[in-house]
Design a protein around this ligand. Structure first.
Ligand code: ZN
Length: 264
């Protein structure tokens, strides 16, 4: 009886304690592995609005609304999934801290939710999902640069990120492609997200690789979803509507459910 109380308390204060406690107390390993930890990362927030629409749409608000809706669906329907949020309110969280939250929680999956933008009145619609990788990243440098620029709002970002300059193409050389153990699962998750978004009626802009700092620092399968293009008027209307939030979050929830089913 005491043992289960200790386990519950330790799980709350630091997931890394849990396996040690279970081993030391002779607890069941099955108990430890029955919980799947999902980290949901709503991009930007606080002083960093992210991309801005032509109307009143702000990326940080869209990302948060969809993230909270995904989390609610998971919490209601997948009882063995523990959901950890990098933010649940309009606050600024550093990119490396977002990854640290996931690493500390020993997450099984990290899903970062963002909204895309294009300069110069270019009209583009649809959703795309990224995994970390550099072999085709030259094509996707612009989106990585834009998302990584959030670190410029952080204190001492140059020392925190070892001189990384999000605007300089040369900085991305440090992202040399590594065949990492999480790559296959990350691509699987990204593919499921795109399948579900396509089923929900979203134009499918595919699965891509790019050098996102937030994905680079996580040590579990991870992907970054660009929900749509806030700079396209029809997309901005959709992304900021309750219908849009419902459809997008349901699609992402279904992808998480399928991913979990196929990665037991
Ligand atoms: Zn973003």
């Amino acid at each position: 009886m005491n043992r289960s109380i200790i386990v519950a308390v330790c799980a709350l204060c630091g997931a890394f304690l849990l396996p040690a406690v279970l081993r030391a107390s002779g607890g069941s390993a099955a108990e430890a592995s029955s919980t799947f930890t999902l980290v949901l990362d709503a991009g930007h927030g606080g002083k960093d609005p992210g991309a801005l629409g032509r109307g009143k749409g702000r990326e940080k608000d869209i990302n948060l609304a969809v993230t909270l809706a995904v989390g609610k669906l998971v919490e209601q329907n997948l009882k063995d999934v523990k959901v950890v949020y990098t933010r649940k309110t309009d606050t600024f969280v550093e990119l490396d801290e977002r990854a640290n939250i996931a690493n500390r929680a020993k997450a099984d999956l990290f899903v970062s939710i963002h909204t895309n933008a294009l300069p110069n009145k270019k009209v583009y619609t649809g959703s795309e999902t990224y995994t970390l990788g550099m072999h085709r990243a030259a094509d996707n440098l612009d989106v990585a640069k834009r998302e990584n620029e959030a670190i410029m709002l952080e204190k001492d970002y140059q020392s925190r990120y070892e001189g990384f300059d999000p605007k300089s193409a040369e900085s991305y050389i440090i992202f040399e492609f590594m065949q990492d153990k999480n790559m296959e699962r990350s691509i699987r998750m990204a593919t499921l997200v795109q399948q579900q978004l396509r089923s929900a009626g979203r134009p499918d802009k595919g699965v891509h690789q790019a050098g996102f700092l937030v994905l680079r620092a996580t040590s579990m399968p991870s992907c970054l979803i660009e929900l749509g293009y806030i700079t396209t008027a029809s997309e901005e209307t959709y992304l900021t509507s309750s219908r849009g939030v419902n459809e997008l979050s349901t699609a992402i929830y279904k992808a998480i459910r399928k991913y979990k089913e196929t990665n037991k």
